[in-house]
Write a protein that binds this ligand. Structure first.
Ligand SMILES: [Zn+2]
Ligand SMILES: [Zn+2]
Ligand SMILES: [Zn+2]
Ligand SMILES: [Zn+2]
Length: 676
């Protein structure tokens, strides 16, 4: 294989060798086979010449190029400078913040379908980030001015006025000499004007300025290829692909250049074909007798570039060129990999930044966890949520935000957060502190938030449809602070005043489905029971201090008797459920699940056996009875109450239909259910 020879050439990395063998294999093996055959029975000359031609023909080259680029693609993961567009690595002149929270400039985003940072799809509509656009113009005034002039230059170039475009780029570069986008544009226009040397100078300066910007290498490669410096061009293209694995534009250029590199003059093709070069590859036994090979016929122009003694056939020449190229490519990639600094970072001059740049129009404070809407407006996430509880539109421009509301991913605009932390660290720290204090006041409050709606039971599912603004806020806070809230039924006092019941159940949020109108569907499961000890209010919703209640311990001597009662009530309950209509059963199973299995230690549980709560949830009991049974700490009383109800049904089976009201209202619609 190739390894036997590689020692004579140069020190190759193991990888480069392995890759070379792969490339070599499918580049030359086919031709070699053809050649072997030709020795046995001379094929028609046309086949032979096709075989030779195809060796460096477009098809073969495309394969070699594809394999080579595949092996380098994405080898370098560039650390891009902070506070820059991830695509052009420069100021986001026209910043667009995507739903994933990442920001890039509009022209850059127009060329991609996925977010360059997280690969989330780019939405059809994404307006310019208004707040950030103003900030960019203020923080980077000269760079913005240069970017504006560049746009004019680009337009001139598109309308075929390269000279005038060049003037614009020159002007802009005087304002922002570090703008690599301008250098890239100027290198391009200079090449079009056939000012090759100046063009190459710009390209070289460009890759020095931004050594981790893939497009710079693409531009340099294009210029080098144009100048006939194929090997250097191939190097540039390779680094481009190593930095940006999706650089599709580079692939055809690389292939074309590789073809020219491997076969620099068209004359060599005709020479070989006409002389009918023996097509024995260098690894065959024949390579020991170089005299068999017409090395004198090989194009002198090519061979002079290499060590003549090492090359005995055209194959070895071609393969050696490829081998050396691979070495250089991997050497260059290794060098580029070691670059940690992707060029001078964009600096925001502190004196140009003030806290107003980061102000939330809703709370008039420094933005905290800023989110940007599809219409390009930025608010604190919490401020926007509270506005949206009342109206599904953007508070500034009234654009409907139903899509934003329906998505669970409301990502922070990281550009603004990073900029704030970097430029105004004190403001950032004090805003963080303020937020933590507010959150800890809520979390440390002795009160639990109360959703006033229905009686829930321990272990039993209690789905909820949340639509009232105050409850939306309450649920968001509950999610932020452990995912629990209290559920209590709404009861009427004698004087007509509504208040919540004395007994209730804590609910644990298991899942939340956000709807595009800002409402949500919660899946909850009942946890501990409580008794209300004091009532209060917070931002429009009820709160309470509660005491958890548990069943009284069962005296040991009483256990056999209680077990008898328990077993009989349970089987009566199962019978009752079994006698129910199919349709009703399905409804119940969908909302509450199947009857829970009996726990072995049911008598020792704080809330007793779960099946009893499940049955209580589906039995059509009056509200006061439900609350009373929930509040009792005596398992015997609870079982007897269930037994009594079941017996009542056994006596009058027609009553079973009234169960439906309980099952159908499985999804509680907030408090409105109890108000009607
Ligand atoms: Zn950009
Ligand atoms: Zn993203
Ligand atoms: Zn705010
Ligand atoms: Zn808006």
């Amino acid at each position: 294989g190739a390894s036997t020879r590689s020692g004579h050439w140069t020190q190759h990395s193991a990888f480069s060798n392995a890759l070379f063998r792969r490339l070599f294999h499918f580049t030359f093996r086919k031709n070699a086979m053809l050649a072997m055959k030709s020795k046995e029975a001379d094929p028609p000359p046309s086949v032979l010449s096709a075989g030779i031609a195809s060796r460096y023909g477009p098809g073969r080259c495309r394969q070699v190029a594809a394999a080579l680029l595949d092996s380098v693609a994405g080898r370098i993961v560039p650390a891009r400078p902070p506070l820059s567009c991830p695509l052009c690595q420069w100021i986001p002149f026209v910043p667009v913040t995507l739903p994933c929270g990442h920001t890039a400039c509009r022209p850059c985003l127009e060329a991609v379908t996925r977010c360059p940072d997280c690969a989330a799809p780019v939405p059809l509509r994404a307006d310019t980030n208004v707040l950030l656009k103003a900030a960019v113009a203020k923080w980077w005034a000269p760079e913005s001015e240069a970017a504006r002039i560049k746009v004019e230059g680009d337009l001139l170039l598109r309308s075929n006025c390269p000279e005038r475009a060049l003037e614009k780029y020159n002007t802009a570069l005087k304002i922002a000499p570090d703008d690599h986008l301008l250098l890239e544009a100027r290198a391009d226009v200079l090449l079009r004007l056939n000012r090759c040397e100046a063009s190459l100078n710009d390209a070289q300066a460009l890759t020095r300025l931004r050594p981790l910007w893939p497009k710079g290498y693409y531009r340099r490669g294009m210029i080098l290829a144009y100048l006939g410096q194929y090997e250097d061009a191939l190097l540039s293209f390779s680094i481009c692909v190593a930095l940006e694995k999706n650089a599709e534009k580079v692939k055809p250029e690389f292939t074309k250049t590789l073809q020219r590199f491997l076969c620099p003059s068209s004359s060599c093709k005709s020479v070989y074909v006409s002389k009918r070069l023996p097509l024995v590859p260098w690894w065959s036994s024949n390579h020991n007798s170089p005299s068999d090979f017409p090395s004198k016929n090989v194009d002198d122009g090519i061979i002079d570039n290499f060590n003549k003694t090492a090359i005995s056939t055209f194959h070895s020449l071609e393969s050696r060129k490829l081998h050396l190229l691979l070495d250089r490519i991997f050497e260059e990639i290794d060098k580029t990999k070691k670059i940690t600094n992707g060029g001078r970072s964009l600096v925001i001059r502190r004196n140009l930044v003030d806290p107003d740049d980061f102000e939330c129009v809703l709370c008039c404070r420094t933005l905290w966890r800023p989110v940007t809407t599809p219409c390009g407006h930025t608010y604190c996430a919490m401020c926007l949520d509270r506005c949206l509880d009342y109206s599904p539109n953007c508070p500034l421009c009234m654009t409907s935000l139903s899509q934003y509301l329906g998505s669970s991913d409301k990502s922070v605009t990281d550009f603004l957060e990073v900029a704030l932390a970097m430029t105004l660290p004190e403001e950032y720290a004090s805003r963080l502190l303020a937020h933590r204090q507010e959150a800890s006041i809520l979390a440390a409050a002795p009160d639990v938030p109360v959703f006033v709606c229905t009686t829930a039971f321990p272990t039993v599912p209690c789905p909820l449809f949340v639509f009232e603004p105050r409850y939306r806020l309450m649920i968001r806070r509950a999610i932020d602070t452990g995912g629990r809230f209290a559920m209590a039924a709404c009861v009427h006092q004698h004087n007509g005043v509504k208040k919540f019941a004395e007994y209730g159940t804590m609910l644990e949020i298991r899942d939340i489905v956000l709807l595009s109108d800002g409402c949500s569907i919660l899946s909850n499961v009942g946890a501990r029971r409580f008794r209300v000890s004091s009532r209060s209010e917070c931002d429009g919703y009820d709160t309470a201090q509660v005491q958890y209640i548990v069943d009284d311990p069962i005296p040991h001597h009483y256990l056999p008797e209680l077990t008898k009662l328990h077993d009989s009530v349970r089987s009566r309950g199962m019978k009752w459920f079994g006698a129910m209509g199919r349709e009703m059963q399905t409804k119940i199973l969908r909302t509450f699940g199947a009857m829970p299995a009996l726990e072995t230690n049911w008598a020792a549980l704080e809330d007793g056996p779960a099946w009893a709560w499940w049955l209580l949830a589906i039995l059509p009991l009056g509200q006061h009875l439900q609350i009373g049974i929930l509040g009792t700490t005596c398992l015997e009383k609870r079982l007897k109450a269930i037994d009594k109800t079941l017996k009542h049904f056994e006596e009058g089976p027609h009553n079973i239909e009234s169960v439906s009201s309980s099952a159908e209202s499985g999804l509680k619609r907030g408090p409105s259910e109890t108000t009607t």
